[in-house]
Design a protein around this ligand. Structure first.
Ligand code: NAP
Length: 241
């Protein structure tokens, strides 16, 4: 039996990259997974022991997000597991940061994540689980990623508060915090940034999306039944040693 057998899961930003790997892993473990993104073609396919249901929703459009969760409630009745992975990271040093950069980054990484969590936990039964994708960028001060790092510090803070608020319902809230991970987001950075980052990773390479998905699965599953408000780094030791 899969570790998420019979569960209804939502992965916001679940088409490719880290969120895509999480969605696939959850389905392999038996969940019915609603995976949202802006561009994926909509449709339902069997994957492993579960099902992947691709839905097109721009997470930064809060009314559209609310309508999506209403549709999930009508179709599936509840959300047992929520993972929020949709996020953007754009380079801008303090002297170049504009309002658009700030609004876009906080709008998706923080505002959308907050309203996804609000909508999902409104239809989450007791014993559910929330996994937020943070980043070690919240504490390492990488030049040019100040706004991005600040959004991830907000994510870490939300997890602490929501873990407290939702504990009476036995809903656990945790953060998985990747270090540099080989996805389209990382491919969009310069060779120089990638080389510099890789040199700082004790294990000597970037992470893979499926390695982050393994940590998210652990936190989402009953194996982590006494873990809430925590952060699990998946960073090859970069921010740990
Ligand atoms: N890669 C890294 O090195 C790294 C390190 C630490 C933390 N993280 C975090 O991990 C998360 C995922 O990053 P990633 O590297 O997997 O990124 P990615 O490769 O760019 O994938 C992002 C996914 O989110 C979806 N998405 C983007 N904007 C969206 C929106 N407005 N609404 C709904 N879906 C949206 C994308 O699909 P569409 O484009 O079709 O919408 C895509 O499926 C982010 O929160 C990021 O901050 C990444």
């Amino acid at each position: 039996m899969g570790r998420l057998s019979g569960k209804i899961a939502v992965v916001v930003g679940g088409h490719d990259g880290i969120g895509g790997a999480i969605a696939r892993r959850f389905a392999e473990e038996g969940a019915t997974v609603y995976a949202t993104s802006r561009r994926a073609e909509e449709g339902d396919v069997g994957h492993g022991a579960g099902t992947l249901r691709a839905r097109r929703v721009d997470a930064s459009d809060v009314p559209a997000l609310a309508a999506f969760f209403e549709a999930v409630r009508n179709e599936a009745g509840r959300v047992d597991v929520l993972a929020v992975s949709a996020g953007i990271s754009e380079f801008a040093t303090l002297d170049t940061i504009g309002e658009d950069h700030f609004d876009r980054t906080f709008g998706l990484n923080v505002r959308a994540l907050l309203f996804a969590a609000k909508a999902a936990t409104a239809i989450m039964p007791d014993g559910g689980s929330v996994v937020l994708v943070g980043s070690i960028a919240d504490r390492i001060g990488t030049k040019g990623y100040g706004v991005y790092g600040a959004t991830k510090a907000a994510v870490r803070s939300f997890a602490r508060t929501w873990a407290n608020e939702l504990a009476p319902r036995n809903i656990r809230v945790n953060v998985v915090a990747p270090g540099p991970t080989d996805t389209a987001m990382m491919a969009a950075t310069s060779d120089e940034v990638r080389e510099t980052l890789t040199k700082l990773i004790p294990l000597g390479r970037m992470g893979r999306a499926d390695e982050v998905a393994s940590a998210a699965l652990f936190l989402a599953s009953e194996e982590a039944s006494f873990i809430t408000g925590a952060e699990l780094p998946v960073d090859g030791g970069m921010a740990q040693v």
